[in-house]
Design a protein around this ligand. Structure first.
Ligand code: HMG
Ligand code: MG
Length: 303
């Protein structure tokens, strides 16, 4: 089995994680959480989203979070941007990296961004060329690549088609999303294999939600294909507000535990990530789903 020697972990907890929390987390707490993750060695992290605060109130204040973070020189902090208005806000907040997002299924696209897939590209054309001209790094997400909460099965040819359009638009990296956590490893081999055949392989990342417990197995399948960029969320926070049933992302701690145990380097300190998750948990009012966190919970205080 040939596996990558190193993996770049893309931390999405402060965005994909917090966007789905019922509790409202203050900007101070968001900054503390995100800063602790950067201090743990994560070098690509999404600090927030410039989407409509009426649609996703949890992402209000992303401009302040981005401005207040101490950014290591080699870090990338992509923020989600759906349209020209989001781009103007992201630009004003000093974003140097952005992530655009669309889907492989029409119904999910409409529910998530109130636009068809074609309309999402029309919106992207209104700002992505400016972002690229300005030297920004642009990541593209394709959601529902392995199944849609509204339409069920998704044709892999649709995934390839949408991914190709994002590359043609200028995206430097594509994150292939299992939005509702339905994928299994053989399907990952199939869909990712088709994408590798059609696109520059260096551009591919995987983004698994762990709804049905298959995320780590899916990562292993992707690693076996040589894919070396994996999204995850500290503590296993996460979900998409417009994907019923979507639970947390694969937990960063669980991913790091597996990668490090297999001798794959990440440059990230697992204990510092776990400490960041533990510090945030009381603000959320529920236990975090990461298995590593549960297995390595600090011993209860006697008495
Ligand atoms: P819309 O309502 O169709 O847009 O929303 P609109 O252009 O008609 O604007 C309506 C109002 O929103 C106006 O305000 C606009 O100014 C305002 P009003 O006149 O009513 O006061 N507005 C904005 N305000 C702030 N920032 C903006 C913005 N745009 C419009 N950027 C829109 C369209 C896309 C904005 C909306 O549908 C939206 O924000 N959706 C949120 C989608 C979202 O954040 N989903 C979760 C992230 S995606 C995800 O989690 C999946 C992923 O993790 C991968 C995976 O797991 O598969 C990435
Ligand atoms: Mg997601």
């Amino acid at each position: 089995m040939t596996l990558p020697a190193a993996v770049r972990v893309v931390e999405v907890g402060p965005r994909d994680g917090l966007q789905n929390e019922a509790a409202s987390v203050s900007v101070d707490d968001k900054v503390a959480f995100a800063q602790a993750l950067l201090d743990a060695g994560l070098r690509v992290m999404e600090p927030g989203a410039f989407v409509s605060p009426k649609w996703v109130p949890q992402m209000a204040g992303s401009d302040e979070v981005l401005r207040r973070l101490r950014r290591p020189a080699d870090a990338r902090l992509p923020v989600l941007v759906p349209n020209r208005k989001g781009w103007e806000r992201a630009s004003a907040a000093g974003a140097r990296e952005i992530a655009i997002f669309t889907a492989a299924s029409e119904t999910f696209s409409r529910k998530n961004i109130n636009a068809s897939i074609d309309e999402s590209f029309a919106r992207f054309r209104e700002f992505v060329p400016d972002a690229l001209k300005g030297g920004l790094w642009v990541r593209g997400y394709v959601s529902t690549c392995f199944g849609c909460p509204y339409e069920g099965a998704v044709d892999p040819a649709r995934v390839v088609d949408v991914a190709r359009r994002l590359v043609e638009l200028g995206c430097q990296e594509l994150s292939i999303g299992d939005t509702i956590g339905v994928a299994v490893p053989t399907q990952v081999m199939d869909v990712m294999g088709r994408l590798q055949a059609a696109l520059p392989p260096a551009a591919l990342a995987v983004h698994f939600h762990d709804t049905r417990g298959t995320a780590l197995a899916n990562v292993l399948a992707a690693l076996q294909l040589g894919i070396a960029v994996v999204d995850s969320s500290a503590g296993g926070l996460g979900g998409c507000p417009y994907a019923p049933g979507a639970s947390g992302n694969l937990a960063t701690e669980d991913l790091l535990y597996m990668l490090h145990g297999m001798g794959i380097a990440t440059g990230v300190d697992i204990d510092k990530v776990a400490a960041a998750s533990r510090a945030l948990a009381p603000r959320l009012g529920h236990r975090l789903p990461s298995r590593y966190l549960q297995a390595c919970a600090p011993a209860p205080v006697a008495g």
